[in-house]
Design a protein around this ligand. Structure first.
Ligand code: ZN
Length: 123
């Protein structure tokens, strides 16, 4: 039996791990399962949150196109709930506006404005 010289604590419950391999992370199999279930739940929640944000951005851009709006101030689109950092693609252009897209809607983006909003005809 290996007896630890340095104190280690269970990643899930925080209790001291007194026996086992020096790299043991959990005090028991139940803590190991609980820890891994929680991490995968957090990842799923994060993915769901990003998906919801990107679909909201897409709905906002689509409704602008429906109203024939091709250009909008960043502050106005953000007030509609748009999140500028959530994109499906973005190509940085040195000294020019970024070429961005949200699925099949492309646009040019500066820190203060979104321009040239249009549907990509062929993906
Ligand atoms: Zn534990």
């Amino acid at each position: 039996m290996y007896i630890r010289m340095k104190k280690h604590y269970c990643l899930e419950c925080g209790l001291e791990i007194k026996y086992g391999r020096p790299d043991k992370k959990y005090c028991c199999p139940k803590c190991k399962d609980t820890y891994h279930n929680r991490i995968s739940m957090d990842k799923r929640k994060y993915i769901r949150k990003v998906n919801e944000a990107i679909m909201k951005n897409y709905r906002i851009l689509s409704s602008l196109l429906d109203e024939n709006v091709k250009s909008i101030d960043m502050i106005d689109i953000v007030n509609l709930g748009y999140i500028p950092s959530i994109l499906t693609s973005c190509t940085r252009r040195r000294g020019r506006m970024d070429d961005c897209a949200c699925f099949d809607i492309k646009f040019k983006m500066s820190p203060t404005r979104i321009h040239c909003i249009e549907k990509i005809e062929k993906l």
